[in-house]
Design a binder for this molecule. Sequence first.
Ligand code: F6P
Length: 325
Amino acid sequence: MKKIAVYTSGGDSPGMNACVRAVVRTGIYHDLDVYSIKYGYDGIINGNISKMESHSVSNILQRGGTILKSARSNEFRTKEGRKKAYDQLTKHGIDGLVAIGGDGTFTGAKVFYEEFGIPVVGCPGTIDNDIYGTDYTIGFDTAVNTALEAIDKIRDTAAAHDRVFFVEVMGRDSGYIAVECAIGGGAEVVMVPETITTSKQVSDYLKNLRESKTSSIVVVAEGDEEGDAATIMAKVKSEFVGEEEKKFKVTTLGHIQRGGSPTAKDRLLGSRSGLAAVEGLLNGKFNCMAGIINDQVVYTPFDDCINKNKPLNKDYLRLQEILSI
Ligand code: F6P
């Protein structure tokens, strides 16, 4: 292997830049030519490919977002699109790829490897922490801390006005962000897609708390089966009357969770995973992701990363519930 390329794809996450930097510098350290691809799979198709030097990744470690940009490519979902991508890589003589992203990114990489034999190793980049084969994903820790900071602020105003706030955090299919910031923020209730909690249960619970607490926080993962935070809040609110009904508010944190300077944990994870991906390619580990489990690098086949479920730690849910009384 002489020439490799790196790209970021899907939703960006803080720490992706640390990972890009690690890929570029590890590649150069091992005498490889390293290229960057901008805009993910669209960038491969369109030949948005350029040579990287060590200094190309200077001063990016501390920045959120991704210097390589990101996109969700529809064209790459087609065989014709992937053939165009293969032709571009052949033209540039690229014989290995590092894909930084989530399960959508790895699904694309897996199909591409199976059809055209281009070796790919992935790095887990998503704030959702929903990828099998790694304890944490790059960006999750930063997103949790961003959400937590917001919840602390909401708590102040909730307490001042004796209000109940429904705070929606990201996590399309997973409650990782919700659970960790519910514990850290001392939320009274957390609602996640992995468990069923009805609006009626929430309103009953909040009514019971009335004697002991004048304000409450309900953290809702955006993918919760009961709906988004505004919908759930409306249902819960309808169970209250008079002055109590006026206590309910909703805040959707949204994309602020995707940005910001990565925490030390995310910089470290991005750096370790980037290095491991390049050395994986050099050691013949293809079609897999370089994750970290129990502080050790582990290569997990894309098939497992995509298809195996990474369950929420039930101890966390229990902890939140016990401490919210
Ligand atoms: O997968 C990461 C994520 O931030 C999810 O938590 C969220 O549902 C989704 O991306 C939002 O995607 P977009 O930025 O395309 O709206």
